[in-house]
Design a protein around this ligand. Structure first.
Ligand code: F6R
Length: 612
C-alpha cells in the first residue's frame, strides 16, 4: 500500500528515487511523485496520476531534475481518488514542510478541522496533507526543530505511517517517522537511503537500519541519527541484508511472475535446507523447542489471501501427522472475533511481507492474550518477524510480482517441516515414516522443475480460457486447498470470475451454476479421494461443463472425463499441493498474458496490504 523512498547524498537524487520507486511499484501504482532539492534552492515537486512510467517520462527518468536530496512516492489510493492533486508529495503552502506517506491516518478528519481553525487550507482529499500541515503547525508554533515538530505530531496522529519529510530550513536532510508501516534505512559511502522495502535500495547498499515504531530518523549524507518520541538520540544496530541484488531484477524473464514461478525449485530447496541437516529437522533458528511442542494442544493458523490458503492445506497435513487440533482463521475476521483462545495453544501467522495489517493485528491479539506465537515470514526484519516470539523464515528472496507464487510454495514446505517436527517431538510418528517423509520433501524441488519443463502444454490450453467469464475450481482435502489458491490466482491476474468449492459441496448449491461451456478445473491428487472427485467431474460434465484436471501421473483414466489433463509427478499425498499448484500458477499467468493484462501489477491490488 504505497511505496516511499528518500535519498540524501552526493549523486543526483531523482534518478535514484525513480529507480527505487520502480522496485516498489508492486505496492501501489495509481500515481507517483517526487520532490527534489538542489542545495538551498526551492524544492521541485513533480507528481502525476498513472503508473510510474508517466512520471519517468515527464522527468526523463529523473535526469531532468537537479538536486542531491529528495523523496518519492508511488501511491495506492486510500483517501481520495487517484489524481495529480492527491498524489504525493504533499506540501504546506509555503513549502516549509514536504512529505510522502505510506499508511492511514485514522483521525485525519478531526486534525483537519483543528488545522482549518488555524487558517490552513487543504487542496487534496488525502490524510497525508493533514500530517504535513500538522507538522508545519507544530514547527511554527514551538521551536523550529524538525524532530520536535514530528514528535509532537506523532503523539496527535492515530493510525499507521511511514513518513519521509523535508524542511525548508534544513536543506540536505530528510526526516523519517514510523508507526506500523514498513520502512528501512540504508547507508553507504556518503549516501543515505530510505525505502518501504529492501529491493528499492539493494542496488546501492546492503547495510540497513530497522527504524522501530514511534521512532524518528534524520538522514544526512552518509549519516543517520535516530530519536525516540521524546526527541532523545538512540542507537541502532546496522544489519547486513543477505538478499542477492539480482533477485530483485527480472533477469531476462518478461515478467517477475514468470521469473518467480521458475525460481521455485531453488527457493523451496533453500527453505528446506535452512532447517534440515543430515536428514533431521533442527528448529534452533526458529527458537521453538521440542518441550514446547509437546505442551501445545491447539494450533491456530492465521493469515490473509494466499497465505491463508497455505494454512488451509497445512491444516490437513498437521492433523494427519499429529493429534493436534488445527483451526485456520482469516486474519481480518480473527481480530474481531470473541473467541476464547486455548491457553496451551500456538498461533501461527503466515505472511510473505510480514507487514499485512490484519495478520499483524491478529499476532498482537494473540500475544496480548498470553498465547505463544510463531511467524512464517519471508521479509527479514519486517514487523511480524520482529514481534512474533518465534520466526521461521522462508527463503523465497524478494517477491515483486503482486500475485504470490514462490513465497506461497516456501510457506507450504515450511509448514510441512513444522508438522513433521511437531509429530516427532510429540512421539506421534515412527522414525521410518519420519525419514520417508523427509526424503519426500527433498524431492519437491526437482519435481517442480519437471512440471515447469512442460509449461508449453499449459500455455497452449490457456488460450482456450482467454474469453471465459466464469470458472470453478473443485477438489477434496488438500486438493480443495490448492483449488482455492488456483482460483485466487486466476481471478486476481486475469479478472475471470472464479470460485473454489470443496467438490462434495457442489450438489449443495453451486452445481446450479453449471451450464454449457462453464469451465471447471479439478485438482485430483489425493489417492484416497480420486474416485469421489471423478464422480463430481462427471456430474458437471454431463451438465455441459468443460473440465480440466490436474492430477498425478498414472491417473490416465481422468482423460475420459477431462478435456485437458495436466500431470504432476507422484509424491506422498501430504505434499501433493506443492506440485499441483504449479500448473495452476502457470495457467493463470498465461491467461493473463493472453488477455494482454499487466500480470505483475493487477488492477486495484497492492502487494503489501498495510491497511485494514
Ligand atoms: C495473492 C496474494 C495475497 C497475499 C496476501 C497476504 O496472490 O499475494 O493474497 O497472500 O495479501 O500477504 P502477506 O503474505 O504479505 O501477508
Amino acid at each position: 500500500m504505497c511505496g516511499i523512498v528518500g535519498y540524501v547524498g552526493t549523486q543526483q537524487a531523482a534518478p535514484i528515487l525513480i529507480d527505487g520507486l520502480s522496485k516498489l511499484e508492486y505496492r501501489g501504482y495509481d500515481s507517483a511523485g517526487i520532490a527534489v532539492r538542489d542545495g538551498e534552492n526551492e524544492p521541485e515537486i513533480i507528481k502525476e496520476k498513472g503508473k510510474l512510467k508517466v512520471l519517468a517520462e515527464m522527468t526523463n527518468n529523473g535526469k531532468a531534475v537537479v538536486g542531491c536530496c529528495g523523496i518519492g512516492h508511488t501511491r495506492w489510493a486510500t483517501h481520495g481518488e487517484p489524481s495529480a492533486v492527491n498524489a504525493h508529495p504533499h506540501a504546506s503552502d509555503d513549502l516549509n514542510v514536504i512529505a510522502v506517506h505510506n499508511g492511514i491516518i485514522e483521525n485525519y478528519q478531526e486534525l483537519r478541522e483543528k488545522l482549518e481553525k488555524h487558517g490552513y487550507v487543504f487542496k487534496s482529499q488525502t490524510d497525508t496533507e493533514v500530517a504535513v500541515k500538522l507538522i508545519d503547525y507544530y514547527y511554527k508554533k514551538y521551536a523550529p526543530l524538525p524532530v520536535e515538530a514530528i514528535a509532537r505530531s506523532m503523539v496527535r496522529i492515530r493510525g499507521s505511517y511511514a513518513l519521509c519529510i523535508m524542511f525548508k530550513d534544513y536543506p540536505g536532510e530528510v526526516y523519517c517517522a514510523r508507526k506500523d508501516s514498513p520502512m528501512i534505512i540504508g547507508i553507504a559511502n556518503g549516501e543515505s537511503y530510505v525505502a518501504s522495502d529492501v529491493p528499492a535500495i539493494l542496488k546501492y547498499t546492503r547495510n540497513v537500519y530497522y527504524i522501530g515504531n514511534m521512532e524518528i530518523a534524520k538522514l544526512e549524507q552518509g549519516n543517520v541519527t535516530f530519536f525516540n518520541i521524546d526527541s532523545e538520540v538512540i542507537e541502532k544496530p546496522l544489519t547486513e541484508i543477505r538478499w542477492d541484488a539480482e533477485a530483485a531484477e527480472k533477469g531476462g524473464y518478461e515478467h517477475f511472475m514468470l521469473k518467480e514461478i521458475h525460481e521455485q525449485p531453488k527457493v523451496v530447496r533453500d527453505t528446506i535446507n535452512s532447517v534440515v541437516h543430515e536428514g533431521v529437522v533442527h528448529f534452533d533458528s526458529v527458537n521453538l523447542t521440542d518441550d514446547e511442542m509437546k505442551e501445545i494442544e491447539q494450533i491456530y493458523i492465521v493469515a490473509c489471501g494466499s497465505a491463508y490458503h497455505v494454512g488451509v492445506a497445512l491444516q490437513y497435513v498437521i492433523e494427519e501427522l499429529t493429534s493436534l487440533q488445527v483451526r485456520v482463521e482469516l486474519a481480518s475476521e480473527f481480530r474481531y472475533r470473541k473467541m476464547q483462545l486455548h491457553k496451551k495453544s500456538l498461533v501461527i501467522v503466515i505472511s510473505q511481507s510480514g507487514e499485512t495489517a490484519d495478520t499483524l493485528a491478529a499476532l498482537r491479539e494473540a500475544r496480548d492474550n498470553g498465547i505463544k506465537t510463531l511467524g512464517i515470514v519471508n521479509v527479514v526484519g519486517s514487523t511480524i518477524a520482529r514481534e512474533a516470539e518465534n520466526v521461521f523464515y522462508t527463503l523465497a528472496g524478494p517477491e515483486i510480482s503482486v500475485a504470490t507464487t514462490k513465497a506461497y510454495s516456501c510457506q507450504l514446505v515450511a509448514g510441512y517441516l513444522l508438522a513433521l517436527q511437531f509429530a516427532k517431538a510429540r512421539g506421534e510418528i515412527e522414525e521410518a515414516r519420519y525419514q520417508e517423509l523427509i526424503e519426500e520433501i527433498f524431492t519437491i524441488p526437482d519435481k517442480i522443475e519437471r512440471i515447469l519443463e512442460d509449461k508449453e502444454r499449459i500455455q497452449w490450453y490457456s488460450n482456450k480460457l482467454v474469453n471465459v467469464t466464469d470458472s470453478f475450481f473443485i477438489g477434496r482435502g488438500i486438493d480443495y486447498a490448492i483449488g482455492m489458491e488456483g482460483s485466487l490466482k486466476l481471478k486476481e491476474i486475469s479478472y475471470i470470475h472464479s470460485e473454489a468449492y470443496a467438490a462434495g459441496e457442489l450438489k449443495h448449491g453451486p452445481i446450479s451454476l453449471i451450464e454449457d461451456g462453464t469451465i471447471v478445473i479439478s485438482v485430483v491428487t489425493q489417492s484416497n479421494l480420486v474416485e469421489k472427485t471423478i464422480s463430481n467431474m462427471v456430474e458437471v460434465k454431463s451438465r455441459g461443463a468443460k473440465v480440466m484436471a490436474v492430477t498425478t501421473m498414472g491417473n490416465y483414466y481422468l482423460e475420459d472425463t477431462a478435456e485437458f489433463t495436466c500431470y504432476v509427478p507422484k509424491i506422498d499425498n501430504l505434499f501433493a499441493g506443492s506440485l499441483s499448484v504449479i500448473p495452476l500458477q502457470l495457467l493463470s499467468y498465461y491467461v493473463s498474458i493472453g488477455k494482454g493484462y499487466d500480470v505483475d501489477k493487477p488492477r486495484n491490488l497492492a502487494k503489501s496490504v498495510t491497511v485494514e
